[in-house]
Design a protein around this ligand. Sequence first.
Ligand code: NAI
Length: 340
Amino acid sequence: MPQALRLGIAGLGRLGRRHADNLVHRTRGCVLAAACSPVPEELVHARDALGVARLYEHYEQLVQDPELDAVVLVTPTALHADQAILALEAGKHVFIEKPLALNLHDCERVEAVAAGRPQQVAMVGFVRRFDRSYANAFAQVSEGGIGRPFLVRSQTCDRLDPSGFFVRFAPSSGGLFMDCSVHDIDLARWMLGQPKATRAFASGTIAVPHDLAPLGDVDNAMGIVEFEGGARAMFYASRTFAHGHEPSTEVIGTEGKLLVGAGAARDRVVLSDRHGVRQQAVDDFFERFANAFEQEMQAFVDACCGRRPVPLTLQDATEATRIGLALTASLKSGEVQVIS
Ligand code: NAI
């Protein structure tokens, strides 16, 4: 039996707790040996609810722990690049939540350090690639099932959170395109065969009154991206859907098309009564992608243990940031952005 991979997690917030829970209860071949957070209650949670023994207030302590083989970063996006580099330089494999970084310089710094350490895994968390339906769609596209794919229409639409969480999150998220559409951007590149993006145009609006405007963000936005060779992508992101969480992606080819995720229905139950005919909706991305988050962590652990290749590259993550930044710049300026 090979020894279990020993992991440390940094960040135990909204998503970090889910990853930690998966690592403890569902991921095979690993032990969640350490956790790091500047928030004492989060470390108490790791100790008491998850049985994590080694607890650190400072990230530098976590990466220097000689007992760890790998680090999982679920920290605010602006910290990803420096923390990933510290992990790699300490000899650890590293999983980095999306987006890799909010500027290209940071992406390229991580890529350069990782390139010098090819024996270490550096993987970015584009979770939808691990969803069964998206994986099936990609397999069918790859096998030529829809001919030559040339157009992707993809959306990430959240149910409105009346607590205003997304407003508080806006200053550190990079904005709607960097936070939400970055998933769709990665999917579009994946489905279209990684073409180079050449131009981007975006427009957005604030549909529900709240305090986003001073932060330079919007709660609904659309973007169009052109790629070399003629492929195109259209993105839509919303924080204000009334009924539920509704991500979907359509891939259109010369001999057919594929649709992943039409509507927000939770399951196949349809209630018909005197009010009409209706279905319950998916609450949020945790619910929609619960299985994909499990598969993603398993893929990371398996890659660290040499059991399968890393399923996506840092270059993919850099390109997603490049396109997300161009859309964000277009949203703010109203101008078409040339992507170099
Ligand atoms: P959050 O704000 O709820 O959690 C951030 C965590 O980082 C907190 O536990 C905080 O204590 C910790 N932290 C802050 N500074 C730290 C430091 N210096 N060292 C160690 N820990 C530190 O944020 P959330 O929503 O969990 O997002 C975290 C990351 O995950 C972001 O990059 C976000 O884009 C990504 N994310 C990805 C999703 C996906 O669908 N793949 C969904 C939600 C978030």
